[in-house]
Design a binder for this molecule. Structure first.
Ligand SMILES: C[S@@+](CC[C@H](N)C(=O)[O-])C[C@H]1O[C@@H](n2cnc3c(N)ncnc32)[C@H](O)[C@@H]1O
Length: 230
């Protein structure tokens, strides 16, 4: 069930039911996540964000850590306004963000969301969740490291969601950059949560010399919104 009284903008009971179930499962993991982050919280209160530890990713193998509903609805609206037909997602997990994006592609009249996920069990479950939402026609999930699985794209990309492990974010962005169409948009989760670690990434997007105009939105702890201007 949605946590606030406003109805979801997706307006599709089948999809809502799947999202409700997935968010409930994600909510059940919050306690474990809080324990995991407890030693790192001082950094958050000091305004530096949480330090990312690439050696501890095993902990996340069964964790959803999804985008928030507001971010999902924002992505849906954005994809509709772009009339997006091709969307790439770095970090699919169990498919929550993919479902928002694929709903937009469906409502735009068709296209594809290319998801990427390196944990095989998550790929299996994400495909099942997406099928439960009756969106499988609009989704291709590429299993493995995004730096390899995204080497081959054969169409201009309208929208990118960046939500995989942050130490590779800039490399994934540079890999995708030639395919992102002028006027295309990159939305990056976690830029507030991992503020220090993602500083070079955000600086890259905010430096006009790299072809983007970019601002940090007050969505979640900070979501970077970047428009490709050339
Ligand atoms: C924060 S979760 C993504 C959440 C998802 N976007 C959602 O809203 O449900 C990050 C996911 O990215 C995956 N991931 C991290 N680095 C990756 C990489 N280099 N290639 C593919 N998947 C990656 C992780 O296994 C994890 O499941």
């Amino acid at each position: 069930m949605r946590k606030d009284s406003r109805a979801s903008i997706l307006n599709d009971p089948t999809i809502e039911a799947v999202l409700d179930r997935l968010y409930e499962e994600a909510d059940r993991q919050v306690g474990a996540l809080l324990w995991h982050y407890l030693p790192k919280l001082p950094g958050l209160f000091l305004g530096k964000g949480i330090q990312w530890d690439q050696t501890k990713t095993e902990f996340y193998r069964d964790k959803y850590i999804p985008i928030e509903r507001d971010q999902g609805e924002f992505l849906y609206l954005l994809a509709r306004s772009l009339n997006a037909k091709a969307i790439v997602e770095y970090g699919t997990s169990f498919g929550i963000s993919t479902i928002y994006l694929a709903t937009a592609v469906r409502d735009n009249g068709g296209g594809v969301v290319i998801g990427t996920e390196m944990v095989p069990e998550k790929v299996i479950q994400a495909r099942k969740n997406i099928a439960d939402a009756e969106l499988e026609t609009y989704v291709e999930i590429r299993e493995g490291n995004a730096l390899e699985t995204l080497q081959h794209l054969n169409q201009p990309i309208d929208l990118v969601l960046m939500d995989g492990w942050i130490h590779l974010a800039i490399d994934v962005l540079k890999l995708l950059d030639p395919f992102i169409r002028p006027g295309g948009i990159v939305v990056s989760d976690n830029v507030g949560t991992f503020k220090d670690d993602l500083k070079p990434y955000v600086e890259f997007l905010q430096d006009p010399v790299n072809g983007y105009r970019s601002a940090t939105l007050a969505l979640k702890a900070g979501t970077e919104f970047s428009v490709k201007v050339r």
